[in-house]
Design a protein around this ligand. Structure first.
Ligand code: DP6
Length: 354
């Protein structure tokens, strides 16, 4: 172990969008059902971690010494979440308290875009931490274990972040449908090379750029008292089995049915929680109707999903990009806030910068 050196590490990690939703958790950030996501390409966070060894006398305070900056400025809300997260890692990384840590983060997407930034930022930080761990403990396991360790650390910071350490299609949570799956970390899902689902487009329709009213942690907590909770976890497992079959057989209609059912189930759970979360807006419903109408009448494979907020995301095979972009321009953008939307796609996963 060498904690006398200064380490500077930087990783870029993408956000992701879940199709089978993680909603409800227990224990130390363990999911109540398995989720499935697509990793985005353009919506990313870059984080630089500088770890400077403290002098012996400084390190006796036993606390975490971290200075967090977002796009060059202090950001107390996320800063204190990061500090808490780092303090909770004392079992995995006892030497963290022997360093002065500086974390500098920036996003490629606006904070107000309605894309979950906790997934990309916790993933980027966890990749930096795993790299630090690798340097300090000189462990040299196979590459796969590096990302698995990073996914586990990311999960402890934010559940959906566990999926952002991999590109493409990713699952998180133990399921009978996925051999070797675990609640502790995410795993990449292999998709046949020649299927419709290999290369996906993701278009984010911005209905409201105001930060969402309900934080995910509060939302997950609401599931503890929700009268439909057990039925929801069974539904998610069944939907997972069916969506995996639809992906394998190239059945976009069935894929759409399940993806849309998951988005609407999440919002149904939100609306029937106590206190309730009515996050859908009239414009969200308009877009949902337009997408269904377009798919049915034009036969173009495009469906929608939503996060715990009003924005609607269009999911489609990238080979239909021209048709879907024309449809967005003519039928959808006027429902968006100031005509704003983000043109993203499935991405290859995180990248090491330094
Ligand atoms: C609706 O991962 O943000 O986006 O673990 O409390 O940080 P925490 O929750 P978070 O929840 C994400 C919820 C979701 C669905 C999903 O991404 O699977």
């Amino acid at each position: 172990m060498n904690i006398s050196e200064q380490y500077t590490i930087s990783w870029q990690a993408p956000s992701n969008i879940a199709l089978i939703k993680y909603w409800g958790k227990h224990g130390n950030q363990l999911p109540n059902n398995t989720s499935l996501s697509i990793t985005l390409q353009k919506a990313t966070t870059t984080t630089r971690l500088t770890a400077t060894p403290l002098r012996v006398t400084d390190s006796l305070n036993n606390g975490i010494n971290v200075d967090f900056k977002f796009e060059g400025a202090a950001q107390p809300t996320f800063g204190s979440r990061i500090e808490k997260h780092l303090a909770s890692l004392s079992r995995q990384m006892p030497y963290l308290k022997d360093f002065k840590l500086a974390v500098d983060s920036s996003n490629t997407f606006p904070h107000s875009a309605g894309i979950a930034s906790s997934a990309s930022s916790m993933a980027a930080l966890s990749l930096c931490l795993t790299d630090l761990q690798k340097n300090i403990t000189k462990y040299n396991k196979i590459e796969n274990d590096f990302f698995r360790s990073a996914s586990l650390l990311a999960r402890l910071g934010s559940g959906s972040a566990s999926r952002s350490v991999y590109g493409g299609w990713v699952t998180w949570g133990k399921s009978e449908h996925i051999p070797g799956s675990s609640d502790e970390y995410a795993s990449p899902l292999e998709i046949d090379k020649d299927t419709l689902f290999q290369d996906m487009g993701v278009a984010v329709m911005i209905i409201s750029s105001k930060p969402k009213k309900l934080s995910s942690s509060i939302g997950h907590k609401l599931m503890e008292q929700h009268p439909w909770a057990q039925a929801r976890y069974l539904q998610a497992e069944e939907n997972l089995g069916q969506i995996l079959k639809a992906i394998k057989s190239g059945d976009f209609e069935e894929f759409s049915r399940i993806t849309e059912n998951e988005a609407l189930s999440l919002h149904s759970l939100l609306m029937t929680s106590s206190p309730e979360g009515l996050l859908m807006k009239p414009a969200s419903l308009k877009i949902i109707e337009e997408v269904r109408h377009f798919r049915k009448n034009m036969g173009i494979p495009v469906c929608f999903t939503m996060d715990a907020g009003p924005n609607v995301l269009l999911i489609y095979p990238k080979s239909y990009k021209t048709q879907v972009t024309d449809f967005i321009q003519s039928e959808i953008v006027h429902h968006c806030e100031n005509g704003k939307w983000i043109d993203d796609q499935i991405g290859g996963g995180p990248m090491k910068i330094i």
